[in-house]
Design a protein around this ligand. Sequence first.
Ligand code: ZN
Length: 341
Amino acid sequence: MTTLHQEINRLCAELGKDPLMVQGAGGNISYKEGNVLWIKGSGTWLAHADQDNIFVPVDLGKLSHHLVKNDFESSPEVIGEHKLRPSIETTLHALMSQKVVVHLHAIEVLTHLIHKDSQKIIGRLFNESQNGQLQIAFVQYHKPGPQLAKAIQEALANNLKANVIFLKNHGIVIGADSADGIRVLLRNLHSICAGSTPVPCIPAHLPTVPNELKERYIPFADIEVQALAFDPNLYSRLQYDWVLYPDHAVFLGKEAFIYPSWESFFSAAHSQAQLPELIFIENTGVFVKPNFNLAKMAQLRCYFDVISRVGPTAQLDPLSDNEVSALLNWDAEKLRQQMAK
Ligand SMILES: [Zn+2]
């Protein structure tokens, strides 16, 4: 293992353990060594980089050759035999010229990227900051994979030095020539993007499940996330602003199952072939099926972290039904979700 590889593993583990940077299997990191692009395997967790090998080597020369010809569809070629498949976002890493590239759904930035006028907000924040280390570019929402890679290539063509790319309704891509360079960029981004957070209504203790449902549901154990059912501003977001970025749709589905009371849940349950695995009962609590997995728990916490940072009057820009269907009917995402369990 090279020193760079060790350095990157430390960075992965550090970022992977910070829920404001990485949620479950989300986010990915790559580094370039000669003609090899080492990229995180699909469905692996950055947080596990200090125990497991999460990287797959792909042929950077061949990948760059495809990109020069505007071919964003060709799959990256893995060097040698590996059990892991390269991340579905490998191409965007190859487009960046820097040695180390990190793609994250960082909460403090994502909070701005889900607004209707996110491009203006980002422009204002970064103009005011006058931070010379950051060369920024902004890309509108595109489905991850070839479409997103193409949009990033266009943004880079207009700004060759860009080291921070904002992806609307998605996250960031940043590039530097070392792990420490990435840390510096992230610290700068955090100091510019973090703002004051409204205090949500969090219940004093976890809610209980009615006796007849004790086998089916448990209260979601993270008490802060219970605010989604108790805080009127957050609760109303569940209906209108549910899918704000791709991983949310992939792990938590296209709609929130919200009910004004247990009575309304019971009457709706009769007509549902399967009980939803995550339910919100207004002023009562957030409940999940006992097998709700860690990747989904991390995504629900992420949703709370994002919308609890947004003021009640903010105009958000959820993904459209078509954008959500495109994510849910995508085989690459189905595989990633399987692996993230
Ligand atoms: Zn992403």
